[in-house]
Ligand binder design. Structure first.
Ligand SMILES: [Ca+2]
Ligand SMILES: [Ca+2]
Ligand SMILES: [Ca+2]
Ligand SMILES: [Ca+2]
Length: 434
């Protein structure tokens, strides 16, 4: 992605404002604690660090909202150097954003960044045939997921509807409606901690001491690492203009292509690409456009008449494990795609690059289920206060489909314990308890 100087300047401005805001909060807080210091000094000291860390989490969340909301079209996932996410100092406190969903889960050092919810399979749209391809997924659990969200009481093959839930102790009712949070998966018939969390009990994406139950030195992450309930993309631009429906074509498409490519090239493209298209990729293949040409216009195009398209997987950020579940893909193809992607350098502006890697036929098969954009993120924010004490951690799911980015879901998860890995633990605390 190309970052204009103006954009960088406005981002630094935003960071400065947030940092000043946090500093102000910290000063007010220290005055408060200085007042209370006469009582129990030690307790105040620990509480102070915790309060500083909580403020840093708040500040980091505001910063994440700003970075996400300030993105311009085509709304791609920010490159890692565009987001401050590793040991960001705020007064006496520091924060990190944990990248808990990545390809190299065998690497046991924590990595940092925002998490793309569109890089995962959506529990509300993925059919059982996709879900079954996730590591350790059982046919029964995949079918139970579908029965949980479908409106009917008809038990799908190997599935579970009201009768199964009624017999549970205590009895539950089958939801028969879409998942609203990821943790709702724990209610689905057959959900077991081992299946959902794997070895990653604190859900930080790395192997912590005592987590390696099978002793192989690598993390078995469990199903939750690959799933989301949030991914959806609007079929309109940020300013409210509808994306142009490729199947209807018409004047809008002609105007867009003429303005972008000139009269001759526009006419050439429009005469090559005629008919009905079930994906942007199908149009791209038919049009004879170059990847660079398509990257300029892709975000203005759609094949849907709906207000939103739910559950598209971002082929520019998804792990090989997730991509392998999609039509046309298998493990080897998905791994190769991710390898080729890692050599592209910057995060591409559309999904068009996959045609060269996969070939036209496979790319067209995959096309209807993927995107190159993203609108929902998780910021998994960790922070410590003075002297590395007072560890705090909160999850924020942030949605960027409205005019300003908004928090959809927030949860304090510091109860899961230290999440930043052994090295940082030693560095920050000298091994003392948090
Ligand atoms: Ca049902
Ligand atoms: Ca059913
Ligand atoms: Ca872990
Ligand atoms: Ca293991």
């Amino acid at each position: 992605m190309h970052s204009t100087p103006g954009k960088n300047a406005s981002r630094s401005g935003a960071v400065l404002i947030i940092v000043m805001w946090i500093c102000f909060a910290l000063v007010s807080m220290s005055l408060y604690f200085a007042d209370a210091a006469g009582f129990a000094y030690r307790g105040v000291d620990n509480g102070w660090a915790g309060a500083q860390a909580r403020q840093a989490v708040q500040g980091a969340a505001k910063y994440a909202l700003q970075v996400i909301g300030d993105r311009e079209e085509p709304k791609i996932f920010p490159d890692s150097d565009e987001v401050l996410c590793e040991e960001v100092t705020v007064g006496d406190a520091s924060f990190w954003m944990l990248a808990t969903s990545r390809n190299d889960l065998t690497d046991n050092a924590p990595q940092f960044g925002l998490v793309d919810e569109a890089g995962k399979l959506n529990l509300n749209t993925a059919p059982a045939e996709w879900l079954i391809l996730l590591p350790d997924m059982t046919e029964e659990f995949a079918a139970a997921i579908v029965d949980w969200r479908d409106e009917d009481d008809d038990i799908s093959e190997n599935g579970a509807e009201a009768q199964s839930y009624y017999l549970m102790d205590p009895p539950l009712s089958c939801k028969n409606a879409p998942f609203e949070t990821l943790d709702e998966l724990f209610l689905v018939y057959g959900a077991e901690e081992e299946l959902l969390l794997g070895e990653d009990l604190n859900r930080n994406g790395i192997l912590d001491p005592d987590e390696d139950t099978d002793g192989d030195g690598t993390l078995d992450p469990g199903l939750l690492a690959y799933l989301t309930v949030y991914s959806r993309e609007p079929n309109s631009l940020e300013d409210g203009t509808a994306r142009i429906n490729l199947t209807q074509g018409g004047e809008d498409l002609e105007t867009l292509f003429t303005e972008t490519f000139g009269d001759d090239r526009s006419a050439e493209i429009l005469s090559s690409a005629r008919g009905e298209f079930d994906s942007l990729i199908a149009y791209f293949v038919a049009s004879g456009m170059t990847t660079a040409e398509f990257d300029q216009v892709a975000h203005q195009l759609t094949v849907s008449e709906e207000e939103y398209t739910e559950g598209l997987v971002n082929v520019n950020t998804a792990t090989a494990t997730v991509l392998a579940c999609l039509p046309g893909m298998d493990e080897t193809t998905a791994e190769n795609l991710v390898l080729q992607r890692s050599q592209l350098g910057e995060n591409p502006a559309s999904e068009a690059w996959i045609v060269e890697v996969l070939g036209e036929e496979t790319a067209r098969e995959l096309g209807p289920y993927i995107t190159g954009r993203t609108f929902q993120f998780t910021a998994d924010i960790c922070a410590v206060g003075r002297q590395g004490k007072g560890f705090r951690r909160s999850l924020f799911v942030i949605d960027d489909t409205a005019e300003t980015a908004q928090v959809l879901y927030r949860r304090d998860i510091h109860g899961r314990g230290w999440a930043l890995g052994e090295d940082l633990y030693t560095e920050l605390s000298g091994g003392e308890n948090k």
